[in-house]
Design a protein around this ligand. Structure first.
Ligand code: PD2
Ligand code: ZN
Length: 200
C-alpha cells in the first residue's frame, strides 16, 4: 500500500508515496521509449493539437487498459478518485532531457477560451490530474505550483494527485503548475487526466 501526504487542502494536492512499483515504472518507460515524439498541447483558440515552445518534452500515450499493467494502475487511480476508469484519458508518458520543461499552465480547459468546447465535447472537464514519477532526476525537474509555492521533487514510484476544480465545480486557478527545467539527468513521468464523464 502507498502512503498519502496532503500538500494542500484547497486545491486538494496529494503525494502518493510508492504508488507505482519499479516494474510498473519500467513497463511504462520501455513501452513508451520507441514511440516518443515532440509533445503537443491543445490550442486554446482552435482546440487543435499544436507544437509549442512552452512544452519542450517528448511524449506518447497509451490506450486505456492497453496492457494488464496499465489496467492495474488505472484501476488504482479510479478507486482513489471515485471516478470510473472510462473517465480517464489514455496514460501519457513524457520524457524531459536537460533544459526541457513544461511552463506554467492549467490542466483544466478554460471555459473562457473558444477552443475549450471542442475538447470538452468528449468527456467534459478534466477534474483531476495524476502525475506519476517514473525515475529519479539528478537535479531539477520539480513540479511547481507557483500560486502556492509548492515544489515536488520527482521520486521514482511516487505520484502527485490534484483536483483542478473547486467543490463548487468552478475551475481552480490556484492549480497553475509547471515542470521546472531538468538541470542534470533526465525525467520520465506518466500523466493521467480524468474527465467528469466517460471519455470517448
Ligand atoms: O512533469 C511534470 O512535472 C508536469 C508538470 C505540469 C506534468 C504536467 N504538468 C502535465 O502532464 O500536465
Ligand atoms: Zn499539467
Amino acid at each position: 500500500m502507498f502512503d498519502i501526504v496532503e500538500l494542500s487542502t484547497q486545491p486538494r494536492i496529494l503525494t502518493l508515496r510508492n504508488f507505482l512499483s519499479d516494474e510498473e515504472c519500467s513497463h511504462l518507460i520501455e513501452r513508451a521509449r520507441p514511440k516518443i515524439a515532440p509533445s503537443t498541447t491543445v490550442d486554446p483558440e482552435t482546440g487543435k493539437f499544436i507544437l509549442v515552445e512552452a512544452r519542450s518534452s517528448t511524449s506518447t500515450y497509451f490506450m486505456i487498459r492497453e496492457t494488464p499493467t496499465i489496467t492495474g494502475i488505472e484501476d488504482r487511480i479510479a478507486l482513489l478518485l471515485g471516478l470510473p476508469v472510462e473517465n480517464g484519458e489514455g496514460l501519457q508518458v513524457l520524457n524531459y532531457g536537460v533544459g526541457q520543461e513544461y511552463r506554467p499552465h492549467f490542466d483544466f480547459f478554460d471555459p473562457n477560451l473558444k477552443g475549450s468546447s471542442t475538447v470538452m465535447a468528449a468527456g467534459g472537464q478534466r477534474m483531476a490530474t495524476c502525475i506519476m514519477y517514473l525515475n529519479d532526476v539528478d537535479e531539477g525537474g520539480e513540479t511547481h505550483f507557483p500560486e502556492m509555492d509548492i515544489r515536488v521533487k520527482p521520486r521514482k514510484g511516487d505520484a502527485l494527485l490534484f483536483i483542478n476544480v473547486t467543490p463548487e465545480g468552478e475551475v481552480d486557478r490556484k492549480t497553475l503548475h509547471a515542470s521546472l527545467p531538468v538541470i542534470a539527468g533526465e525525467k520520465w513521468i506518466s500523466t493521467k487526466w480524468v474527465r467528469e464523464r466517460e471519455y470517448k
